[in-house]
Design a protein around this ligand. Structure first.
Ligand code: SAM
Length: 200
């Protein structure tokens, strides 16, 4: 079981926004997909707290999928499925056999910042296909807003990410908004995380 302190810190904020978003649908059985599940800490927490959602965790790394599996085993959650290999930058037809219009909610936590723009393009394009009508895509992390990054710690994070990989870095909300629009979605809202400088 891998442990990410950042994942630990962001859990409560993520959970409260997800619960609020999905509250009025808790009488239905929902299906959720997580891209880049990483350690698996988030998905098991969501599964524990929102048993009306069946979660499909995924990651491109085998090490991550092993950790997700270990968290599911240790917590014995019944509503988190076996993690799958899914590369969000690939066309949705290659996404582990997930059918069109199959997801009520899709989440990507700290994925867009740590991957090239082609991943953001894949996430939005594919989500436009595999989300049900009125389904939701929620991305989380620090962003640029109209080309500006604040506060200074996020500027530093952006520089560090670009040093790690010139194709990584904080995506611009405005670019993501356009990406959503060109794939049949619209930006519903932005929520600031009270505990950090990140947003949902
Ligand atoms: C910074 S980590 C975030 C992990 C987790 N969501 C969290 O917040 O703790 C980014 C994760 O995305 C995965 N990833 C990177 N590129 C990806 C891609 N194209 N498709 C799916 N997952 C990807 C990485 O393997 C890694 O586990």
């Amino acid at each position: 079981m891998l442990l990410s302190p950042a994942a630990e810190r962001s859990q409560d904020g993520l959970l409260s926004v997800l619960c609020e978003i999905l509250e009025n649908q808790s009488h239905r059985e929902l299906f959720g997909l997580e891209f880049g599940s990483g350690t698996g800490q988030h998905v098991v927490r969501f599964a524990q707290e929102m048993p009306f959602v069946t979660w499909q965790p995924s990651d491109i790394k085998e090490e991550s999928r092993n950790s997700i599996r270990a968290y599911i085993g240790a917590t014995k959650v019944k509503t988190a499925l076996e993690p799958v290999h899914l590369d969000a930058s690939e066309p949705w037809e290659k996404w582990a056999g997930l059918p069109q219009s199959s997801c009520d909610i899709i989440i990507a936590i700290n994925l867009l910042q740590y991957s090239p723009f082609s991943t953001a393009q894949g996430v939005f394009k594919g989500s436009g296909h595999i989300l049900k009508q009125n389904g939701l895509l929620m991305t989380y992390g620090p962003y640029a807003i109209n080309g500006t990054i604040t506060p200074v710690c996020n500027e530093h994070l952006d520089q560090t990410l670009r040093q790690m990989n010139p194709e990584w870095g904080l995506p611009d909300i405005d670019v993501l908004r356009q990406l959503a629009f060109s794939n049949g979605m619209r930006m519903e809202r932005m929520v600031r995380d009270a505990q950090s400088h990140d947003a949902f």
